[in-house]
Design a binder for this molecule. Sequence first.
Ligand SMILES: C[C@H](O)[C@H](O)[C@H]1CNC2=NC(N)=NC(=O)C2=N1
Length: 101
Amino acid sequence: MAVEPLSQKEIEDRLAELPGWSVEGNQLTRSYRLGSHVAAAALVMHIAAVQDELDHHSDLTLGYNTVSLSVHTHSVGGALTAKDFALARRVEDIAPGHGAH
Ligand SMILES: C[C@H](O)[C@H](O)[C@H]1CNC2=NC(N)=NC(=O)C2=N1
C-alpha cells in the first residue's frame, strides 16, 4: 500500500466514510465506549492483533470502559496516509462485535 501523505481533500473524503472519527492535531482518532472493563480490554487485544496483521500501530488507550485510538504514519513524519484510514476501517468493522459504540 502506498504511504504517501494524503492531501487535505483526500483526508476529508476519507473522514466522511468514517463517522465517529476525527482528525485532532495530525492524528486520526476515535474513542469507543463498552459495557465493561473486560469488554474494553478484549477490544484492545483484538485491535492489537489487527495492528500487527496490518503492520500499522495506533496509540491505543484502555480506560475503565473506554478504548481510544490515535494514529498517524511515523515513516512519513507523522502525516496521515491510506494506512491510517485502512486501520480505522478495520477497527470500525470489528468494534460492533464487542458491543462498542
Ligand atoms: C518496521 C515496521 O514495519 C514499521 O516500524 C511500521 C510499524 N508500525 C507503524 N505504525 C505506524 N503508525 N506508523 C508507521 O510508520 C509504522 N511503521
